[in-house]
Every structure is written in structure tokens, then in C-alpha cells.
Design a protein. Structure first.
Length: 266
């Protein structure tokens, strides 16, 4: 209270916090939500989901564990879409997997399939951005090591989520399903994804449809992610008044007469 009264006397505005911004994991979570406000990102999500489901469905006839998992050449799609479209690839992988599961049987384990495929599409682009600024098309030894490491991390996250979830529900032991999902994801992605990226990535880049073409990377220092507009900065504080607090206010208008004015009239 004393501070606010002193500010009013000095003619200063009360200090209003200009909300700071946080980077790191918070920014990654925000962009997963903020992308739904961008029409192109929503379209890319629908395209990724439909492509993933369209390749998953025909291979339902080649089960590894009937009703649980099958041979999935489509596992290269979430990794490719992740490198191309960022969070749209993550949402597309999760939604496309659910669509594919409608043709193989829906159950409570599909919740873990949704989460596992979401991570499988989210980790590749996020981990790659943390490692390097190079294009995700492996050409040299360094980029190949980074690429294999990123795909292994994404495959392990998916296998851990799906395997632990179905083991928790009592369907399949974790040691069996976790290893099958890990190998299935990793081998298919490492073999097919480099060739697909070598063909598709340059064309998407020329068309300015990469995720970072649509939504530029936030500036360093924790700047807030924004899909369409930057947040305006706080207005500068008003300079304190130099007029003494006890000085009377002068009304605008006619000047006050003085004794010298009377002597001039005489």
C-alpha cells in the first residue's frame, strides 16, 4: 500500500509484471497445443494420419502377435513426417495408429498405442533440433550416428510405453512385446527413412512446407512460441514528475495580473 501511494505521488505507474517466458520442455509442450491454431499444421496432421493409416491397414494380415502387433513397414512414416512437419507428425502418428487399430480390433491397450506412437512421432524432430541444425538427411558419418541415435531413442520410447501398458493390463509380457516393438520400429525406420528423406525432404523444403518454414524456431532467451504473431512487449515506464507535490496547479487561460501591470496602465 505504501509503495502504491508513493508511486501515485511521484506520478509513476504501478509496476505491472511483464510476463516472462520459459523455454525448454515448456516450449515443446506449448507448440504441441499452439499448432492447432495454424491451418497448415492441421492439414499436415490430417495428411500424416491418413498416410500412416493407409499403409498400416493392408499389413494387418501379417500379425506377429495376433490382435496386438503386426509387421509394420508403415513405421517409417511417423519418423519421416516428424522430420518434415514437427508436431504435426506426432499427432498424425497417434491418430493414424488409432485409425489403423479400428481394422484390427479396438481395446484398452490402444490408449497406450496412442501415447507410444505420439512419442514415436514427437521425439525425432525434437531430438534432432537439440543435436544439430543440419538437415535430417544422413550424408556423413556424424549425421548417420545422430540419425541412428535419434531413431533408436524414439523406437525405445514407443516400445517402453506400449510394452509397459499392455503388461500392466495383463495382455502380453513386457519382455516379449517391448522387444518386438523396439525391433519392428527401429529396423524399418533405419532402413526406409533415409531413402524417403533423400527424395522428399528437398522438395518439401523448396515448397516452404517444413515445420520451421511455417513456424520459425523461437529466438534464444526463452522467447515464447507463437504460430502467427509475436507477443507485444510491455510499454516503457512513465518518467517520474519533477513538479513538487505541494506546488499549486495553474489553470490554463488568462494570465494573472501583477502590480507592475497596474503601473503600466497609469
Amino acid at each position: 500500500m505504501r509503495n502504491s501511494a508513493a508511486n501515485r505521488k511521484a506520478g509513476r505507474r504501478p509496476s505491472v509484471g511483464c510476463s516472462g517466458t520459459s523455454g525448454g520442455a515448456g516450449a515443446g509442450m506449448r507448440e504441441l497445443v499452439d499448432m492447432w491454431g495454424n491451418t497448415r499444421m492441421v492439414v499436415l496432421t490430417a495428411m500424416s494420419a491418413s498416410l500412416y493409416a493407409a499403409i498400416l491397414i493392408p499389413f494387418k494380415v501379417l500379425p506377429i502377435i495376433p490382435g496386438v502387433t503386426e509387421f509394420r513397414p508403415a513405421n517409417a512414416v511417423p519418423v519421416v513426417c516428424s522430420f518434415l512437419f514437427g508436431p504435426a507428425g506426432a499427432w498424425g502418428a497417434a491418430i493414424g495408429n488409432v485409425i489403423g487399430d479400428f481394422f484390427g480390433g479396438i481395446g484398452p491397450g490402444d490408449l497406450f498405442g496412442f501415447a507410444g506412437n505420439f512419442l514415436y512421432g514427437f521425439i525425432p524432430y525434437k531430438a534432432w533440433e537439440a543435436l544439430t541444425d543440419a538437415d535430417p538427411v544422413p550424408t556423413g558419418a556424424g549425421t548417420w550416428v545422430a540419425f541412428v541415435g535419434v531413431v533408436l531413442l524414439a523406437s525405445a520410447a514407443c516400445a517402453l510405453t506400449v510394452g509397459w501398458g499392455l503388461n500392466l493390463l495383463g495382455f502380453v509380457p513386457f519382455s516379449v512385446l517391448g522387444n518386438i516393438v523396439l525391433v519392428n520400429n527401429f529396423v524399418v525406420a533405419v532402413v526406409l527413412t533415409p531413402f524417403l528423406l533423400a527424395v522428399i525432404y528437398p522438395r518439401v523444403k523448396r515448397g516452404h512446407l517444413l515445420y520451421r518454414d511455417i513456424v520459425p524456431r523461437p529466438a534464444p532467451g526463452g522467447a515464447r512460441f507463437a504460430a502467427h504473431r509475436r507477443r507485444p512487449s510491455c510499454p516503457p515506464p512513465r518518467a517520474p514528475s519533477t513538479r513538487p507535490a505541494s506546488a499549486p496547479r495553474r489553470r490554463p487561460g488568462r494570465r494573472r495580473s501583477t502590480p507592475a501591470d497596474g503601473r503600466r496602465r497609469r
